[in-house]
Design a protein around this ligand. Sequence first.
Ligand SMILES: [Fe+2]
Length: 466
Amino acid sequence: MNPRVAPKYGIGFASLLDEASNAPLSIMGIVPPGLVGTMYRIGPGRFQIGGFTDGHWLDGFALVSSISFGPRGATCSNRFLASSWYRRALMEDAIPAGAFDSRSIHRGHHLSNDNANMNITIWRNELEALGDTPQSILIDRVTLATIRTRPWAHLRRCCASSPHPVFDHMTGERFDLLLSSGEPAGYVITVTSPEGTTRRLCTLPSSRLGYMHSFSVTPRWIVLVEGPFTAYPRSLSSSRRPYLRNYVWDAGRGTRILVVDRRTGALKATLPTRPLFALHHINAWDDGDRILVDLAAYADPSILDSLTFDHGEVPAGDFPAPLATRLVIDVEHKKVLCLPLKCPPGEFCMIDARFSMRPHTILFAAGPTRTGQLIDRLCRSDLTTGRFIEWSSDNCFPGAPILVPAAADGPEGEGWLLSVVLDVREQRSFVLILNATTMTEQARAWLPCALPFGLHALFVPEETTK
Ligand SMILES: [Fe+2]
């Protein structure tokens, strides 16, 4: 990186080499006494190895962070996932084959990549890191040590997967979406029972496969939104190109919405709508014979290109921001309406999880103050009125917001909003604690280092960590 031209947020794209274990945090403000538990966050954390630099931010080696709040203060830990991909990198002192969008001195396809740096979940008391290949990594919740890589062994021929499984908190089921290169090639949906038994619900044959980062489940339906950013199935499993470069944007194809009966696995409808690119579905629910799906829609997939490290340089923009958009899917009349929601552009949209699979009105998101800029504010929007309130601070770049409800039976969106924020002037990160209703600061818990920009996070209250 050339420091003369590096943008001021460059440290957010720089490697963190020092791991930490239970480092004490300095608190500015007052941590709410009821906020007791651990926030986990994941993202790319190291971008160089040997003499090589990743070609894309998403090829950074997975770094897991935990920030624990309790009566004796706050501590943080950082640890790299010991994925087989990372261990191979350390052994070879080079970027291994199978990267998302980086060149390697070796050949190999993306399936060999278990660098699960995209999402972190907890289910059946297991903390799990996920990427976009059908394998995940189980992590010790206290030490952040890698327990093991869990391949979806019964799903041979699946070459990619969504890092966002959907959990039905009413039934205890888990849904996963995978991409199969044969035979037949198509989308594979699995359902795992609360007891942990996984079965293949359906395979939806498709001659081309969309870039599927997430999908939706309602009490009746499963909804896939296939934007016109697609790849040939065989190329995903056998091409020598970096994974991302197998996908081609063709707006003329439009978007296909695939509606699957959740109970039987039958494909109920395939409906067209305008071209869009979405990484994240926000929420979905049933309304009679209609399905409402909220997602964060980009005009095209250029967000992925904006995160490349061109000749080792930090991404310099433009960073497109998605618009929260509602798809109103009329299954019986085979019509789709595509409506913008009343809120500013933003990513990492978060609803009150108690409103999952039913209508919500409050939406939290991280977005840019100005078009094309990096995310520099957090917003709380009332979708019925369009009124929003925000938090921002000079030289500060927040990550994904996490809502921690203050009470199980409190109003929607009430509680605390947490986010890991990078202060580029201080060259350090802090965990921001906001009153989620007013978006006013309650506290900053300062880390001893600058954490690289991350992706998703979650909060595990104390009572469920035992
Ligand atoms: Fe994601």
